[in-house]
Design a protein around this ligand. Structure first.
Ligand SMILES: Nc1ncnc2c1ncn2[C@@H]1O[C@H](COP(=O)(O)OP(=O)(O)O)[C@@H](O)[C@H]1O
Ligand SMILES: [Mg+2]
Length: 466
């Protein structure tokens, strides 16, 4: 962060200072006291499980200069009415103080983190870039990311998420992006929005925030995203796998036996070969968005193609593919789940299994609202239909809310695999572990709350014990 005195922090946040006005914050602003360090600022947040105020002293003991708090704590503090609002004010001040920083925002229903990680690995070739691993995309993570910028920073690559209208506009107000990419409009959080058109309305707040000199990077394959072109003052740059009119495209997409795509990247600068290290055909549009973004920021085609081919997964539990020594492959995609991302993962599963056996351990997809049951059934039906069903030997639904997946699968008469409902991941593991053979592929996927990543990790460890 740019160095700020406590007096200045109190002024920016409209808070009351209880401490030395001349003390200077030079380190990171954090909301997790375990991450507090020398020179930093700890923002105390009252969460569902813990109240950060209880850790104020621990944060200061770890080196934090002061605590941003909503009630008195026994250490130096700035008392504010609302911590997220204070973080937003501080982040806005920092963004405003660093006019040389080019700010890029990425939104969409699926693939934000993957695309942000890819884009960061390209943009880092241009200069010092802030883009933390993971999903720092809401009213906490976004300002915390912006606050990491200082006078040495040249690029900020931000992930923007929305659980309702106005959320993305709010984040764009904090750190106004000049470049914005919208990946897709899908059913993630559709329950909170009411429907896909409302999701599109909210995601489009990003392109509405872009200035005339900026660029809106839009997925030409998604009509709701392409339609956002009309909502932006910025120049529109399109990307797409299917749309031949898109300015950044992929031709000849092929997947290797672990599902890693190779393709010819087609850009206005010309063609270039790319081989991704990430898994699944659905990563290709994300790579195109990252390429378009980096191109707008000035990265040349050779660097883009090279950078995409060198890029690795920075954030965990998204399509992690690992093969056990006995030849069983495990796909750990347990970070989150919505209908589109489950279908994408199932497609990757069937590709990896080819003529062998595939198994899917699926937990429930959260926050789908009134369409939840139907969406689970639809995913089950998708899994059982011949394209994937031909190799799907077992479909295990974890937890009551995931059970409709099996009802959907049973609708497909041609499917001969086994459908099993289990109460939790441990039972899923018991049911599957003994029957796995070399060549089998297992997908593990669910919404975050299900915590199925542990199941994938245990599946990988199973064999190591033998
Ligand atoms: N373009 C895409 N279409 C469908 N699913 C995708 C896409 N990109 C990523 N996914 C899947 O969505 C899940 C979340 O990916 P992530 O990059 O963390 O997205 P987000 O940050 O938007 O939640 C993963 O299972 C990933 O494989
Ligand atoms: Mg994310």
């Amino acid at each position: 962060m740019i160095p700020l005195t406590l007096a200045r922090i109190a002024e920016i946040t409209g808070g009351r200072l209880l401490g030395d006005p001349a003390a200077v914050v030079t380190g990171e602003v954090v909301i997790d006291s375990r991450r507090a360090g020398p020179g930093g600022l700890f923002a105390a947040v009252a969460g569902e499980r813990a109240d950060g105020h209880h850790f104020a002293s621990a944060a200061v003991a770890a080196g934090a200069v002061a605590v941003l708090a909503t009630r008195p704590v026994p250490v130096p503090s700035v008392l504010v009415a609302d911590v997220p609002a204070a973080l937003a004010a501080l982040a806005a001040f920092v963004a405003d103080s660093l006019p040389a920083v080019a700010i890029a925002g990425i939104t969409g229903s699926s693939g934000k983190t993957t695309t942000k990680d890819l884009a960061a690995q390209l943009i880092e070739r241009l200069g010092p870039t802030i883009a933390p691993a993971g999903s720092f995309n809401n009213e906490f993570g976004h300002p915390l990311t912006v606050l990491r910028a200082d006078s040495s920073t040249r690029y900020l690559v931000l992930e923007l998420s929305a659980r309702g209208p106005g959320h993305i506009a709010y984040l764009c107000d904090i750190a106004p992006p000049r470049y914005g990419a919208v990946l897709n409009v899908g059913r993630a959080h559709a329950g909170e929005f009411g429907g896909l058109d409302q999701v599109a309305q909210a995601k489009g707040e990003l392109v509405e925030a872009l200035p005339a000199g900026g660029a809106a990077i839009l997925n030409a394959d998604d009509p709701r995203v392409l339609a956002m072109a009309a909502r932006s003052a910025a120049r529109v740059v399109t990307f797409g796998v299917r749309d031949r009119a898109a300015s950044v495209r992929a031709a000849d997409v092929r997947l290797d036996d672990l599902g890693r795509p190779s393709f010819t990247l087609l850009t206005p600068e010309g063609p270039a070969p790319v081989t991704l290290r990430l898994h699944g055909a659905h990563i290709v549009p994300n790579a195109l968005a990252a390429a378009a973004l980096a191109g707008e920021l000035g990265l040349g085609l050779a660097d883009i193609a090279d950078g995409l081919s060198a890029a690795v997964a920075r954030s965990r539990w998204r399509m992690e593919v690992r093969r056990r020594e006995d030849g069983v492959t495990v796909i750990n995609d347990a970070y989150n789940a919505n209908p589109e991302s489950v279908q994408a993962a199932l497609q990757a599963l069937s590709h990896l299994a080819r003529d062998g056996r595939a198994f899917a351990i699926l937990g429930h997809m959260a926050e789908l609202g009134a369409t939840s049951r139907a969406s689970h059934e639809e995913v089950g039906e998708f899994a059982a239909r011949p394209e994937i069903g031909r190799c799907l030997a077992g479909l295990i639904a974890v937890g009551e809310e995931a059970a409709p997946i099996l009802a959907g699968a049973r609708r497909v008469r041609s499917w001969t695999g086994e459908a099993l409902a289990v109460p939790d991941g441990a039972v899923a593991l018991d049911a599957l572990a003994n029957q796995l053979k070399p060549g089998d592929v297992v997908l593990v996927k669910a919404s975050r709350a299900a915590h199925l990543e542990g199941v994938a990790e245990l599946l990988l460890a199973e064999e190591a014990d033998r």
